[in-house]
Design a binder for this molecule. Structure first.
Ligand code: GLC
Length: 441
């Protein structure tokens, strides 16, 4: 049986903590009603009504190579696809259900295509798998908090056998861990009420996954959901502990620490608009500059950002998302050294932006121009080897202006006469220190 070993843990988390930026893809039958992936539950839609989307599913523009390329060009390092969401529809050729993509007009094993496309772009592969299944007869219906039929006593649970459901669910996870080559990450979703931990037979499940896929990374939702940190935070890791904490639609104010105060690994999953699955009328897209700053914020707090897209019923990532990915990519092309492999700087956040750090390199992310030379709070003059714009490599002199002569302890960078920053979203200044251990003030 799997037990936690910190050395192994740190080894398997290395790529993930370096990567910092990934793509989440929510795709399934719910792209057709186009009201989000919870549509069946929200509208308490009977199974029979939902089946019309199964009959209609025909994504003529489907091409996971384009999704993977968009992710790579945005600077993302891993991609996580919904192999199965709560509606129970499988994007893979499971032998345990007929409710799967190979039985639609598309007739393809989407997970197989996806894994191949993502690998071809050199990115890490992740699969999302819902612990809930609103299609399976043995999953609790009436009275379950989330099930579409929750309010219908005629969908009572007397004849349902939850253990049979668990056998089925475990068998599907086994298929995913067996039939698609190496998986880098498995993203379970989610625990609620009494359904958490061993209610999922989670020790057995996690042990199987880790045996079939050595080195795989698991999130913490066998134990919790978007709320709750999990047993690693409590320093009493269960055999099904998450490898990272998965806050949802928010960035933790101070990163996340375990009980004795050590930084934990975490990943904020965030939508570009307000929906995970494709939503036809959700126009609330976050602007690209904001998304760039949120990525930087995650890194500066020691976390990852998993940014979601929801392809439409034809298989296309919405244009609004593609535009944002492209703009993020243009920034990443020049500035990714301030993201990959970076983390907390150990310096207080300056009022004009944020700071990330990789070893002896500090990255000052300047969002707002200062009046006069820019204070590099937290660094000592004698420790500085160079100060340069990351985007161009151009050197930035240390200011000798009289205006800051009242602050002799602080190093000021001289950005020149132009009051407008070269990159108005985030101009990154790389400060190389003489040695890794150079102390910060
Ligand atoms: C949730 C939702 C869901 C979404 C997920 C992403 O808990 O149930 O629809 O897939 O979070 O984090």
């Amino acid at each position: 049986m799997y037990t936690f070993c910190r050395e192994d843990y740190e080894r398997r988390m290395t790529w993930y903590c370096q990567a910092r930026f990934g793509m989440f893809i929510h795709w399934g039958l719910y792209a057709i009603p186009a009201r989000g992936e919870w549509v069946r539950s929200v509208e308490q839609m009977p199974k029979e009504d939902y089946m019309r989307y199964f009959e209609a599913f025909d994504p003529v523009d489907y091409d996971p190579a384009r999704w993977a390329r968009a992710a790579r060009k945005a600077g993302m390092q891993y991609v996580v696809l919904t192999a199965k969401h709560h509606d129970g529809f499988c994007l893979f050729d499971s032998q345990y259900t007929d409710f799967k993509s190979t039985n639609t007009r598309l007739g393809r094993d989407i997970v197989a295509d996806f894994v191949q496309a993502v690998r071809a772009e050199g990115l890490k592969v992740g699969l999302y798998f819902s612990l809930l299944d609103w299609y399976h007869e043995d999953y609790p219906h009436c009275g379950d908090r989330n099930h579409p039929m929750r309010n219908h006593p005629e969908y009572g649970n007397e004849h349902r056998n939850f253990d049979r459901y668990l056998d089925f669910m475990h068998a599907q996870v086994r298929e995913l861990c067996t039939n698609y080559g190496k998986l880098d990450l498995l993203w379970f979703d989610f625990s609620y009420d009494d359904l958490r931990g061993e209610a999922w037979r989670a020790s057995e499940l996690a042990d199987m996954v880790r045996t079939l896929q050595p080195g795989i990374i698991l999130n913490n939702r066998l134990e919790v959901s978007g709320e709750g940190y999990g047993s690693l935070a409590a320093c009493s890791p269960t055999p099904y502990h998450g490898d990272f904490v998965s806050p949802e639609q928010m960035i933790p104010p101070n990163g996340i620490q375990d009980a004795p105060g050590r930084d934990l690994v975490w990943e904020a999953c965030v939508t570009m608009n307000r929906s995970w699955g494709y939503h036809a009328t959700d126009r609330f897209f976050k602007p690209a500059p904001m998304l760039i700053k949120k990525l930087v914020e995650c890194v500066s707090k020691g976390g990852n950002l998993l940014l979601n897209v929801g392809p439409d019923a034809r298989g296309n990532i919405p244009p609004e998302s593609l535009e944002r990915l492209a703009e993020i990519g243009r920034w990443m092309d020049k500035n990714s050294a301030s993201i990959y492999g970076c983390g907390k700087a150990g310096i207080e956040k300056p009022d004009y932006g944020r700071v990330t750090r990789n070893g002896n390199r500090l990255y000052f992310h300047v969002y707002e121009n200062t009046l006069g030379p820019l204070p590099l709070l937290g660094v000592r003059r004698e420790d500085i080897r160079s100060i340069r714009y990351l985007a161009t490599g151009a050197e930035i002199p240390i200011s000798t202006s009289w205006v800051h002569s009242d602050y002799p302890q602080i190093v000021f960078a001289d950005l020149g006469l132009d009051p407008v920053l070269p990159d108005q979203t985030d101009t990154v200044i790389e400060v190389e220190l003489k040695k890794e251990g150079s102390e910060t003030l």
